[in-house]
Unconditional design. Structure first.
Length: 269
């Protein structure tokens, strides 16, 4: 979603398709890099960018300044030098396509994350992309529990995930909308005013930036609230689902860590 939003002013989907095509060609022309796309079809790279870009969540600002790491499955990971050269090639292609130099690497991070998923799917021996018809609260709950996390289905049907995530959160499946929604919230302590939570939300939005946090007036007092929506009309890639779930929970935990005055009830304390 981040890459598509940033690329909108440069030509949107058509320009992203062009960039991916040029990356595929450029890597294929370099003897030391061409194995990066071995057995990978260009049409699959383009398809996955369009269908799964929302699963590449915005990162903390410092992430874009650090060395990018591979996220493909271990059996197809390449040497660090090869991967870095692929990323530099993508950066260069983005610049040549008119993207401002300060946005090139930020966009490249998100494009490469989906590229790495496409590469991983090419060697999968089991199904790693759920079909829309198979996506339910029960499916998500089983998936979380099978991946060394603890979760349970609440009375309203939401999946509440706890252990091995950075902060507990809910996952809601909306089959009629073909959406899966992550929800996190923290309740204010007694006597805390909505204005205090609004100030915390504003501060967290400015300094954290990965989530859109807001203060709400709940039935039992003010609440710090956020959500992240993922479409699944084309299915759900499970690797990316788990990655974005952890990034979501980390983002909310980071926001909670900024509550120095402890106006919110932190379930981790």
């Amino acid at each position: 979603m981040v890459a598509f939003a940033l690329m909108e002013k440069y030509g949107g989907v058509k320009k992203i398709n062009k960039v991916i095509e040029q990356l595929y060609e450029a890597v294929g022309e370099k003897r030391d890099l061409r194995h990066y796309f071995f057995n990978i079809k260009l049409e699959n790279l383009i398809r996955d960018q369009l269908q799964f870009h929302a699963y590449s969540m915005r990162k903390p600002d410092r992430f874009y300044r650090e060395q990018l790491l591979q996220t493909a499955t271990s059996e197809i990971q390449v040497s660090v030098n090869v991967f870095d050269e692929v990323v530099l090639t993508l950066d260069d292609i983005l610049r040549k396509n008119g993207v401002h130099k300060e946005e090139c690497h930020r966009i490249a991070v998100h494009l490469i994350e989906i590229v790495e998923e496409t590469r991983s799917q090419a060697v999968d021996t089991v199904v790693t992309v759920w079909k829309p018809v198979d996506i339910t609260n029960e499916t998500v709950n089983t998936f979380y529990n099978n991946n060394r996390t603890d979760s349970r289905i609440e009375k309203n049907g939401d999946v509440y995930a706890t252990r091995n995530f950075f902060y507990p959160f809910w996952t809601r499946v909306l089959p009629e909308k073909r959406q899966i929604v992550f929800i996190a919230q923290a309740f204010a302590r007694d006597s805390v005013k909505l204005e205090q939570v609004e100030k915390l939300a504003q501060n967290a939005n400015e300094k954290v930036g990965t989530l859109k946090l807001e203060a709400r007036e709940g039935p039992n007092g003010p609440v710090l609230f956020t959500r992240y929506i993922l479409p699944f009309q084309h299915g759900i890639p499970t690797r990316l689902l788990m990655r974005v779930a952890k990034q979501f929970s980390r983002g909310f935990e980071t926001a909670m860590s900024m509550d120095k005055e402890e106006i919110l009830k932190n379930v981790l304390k």
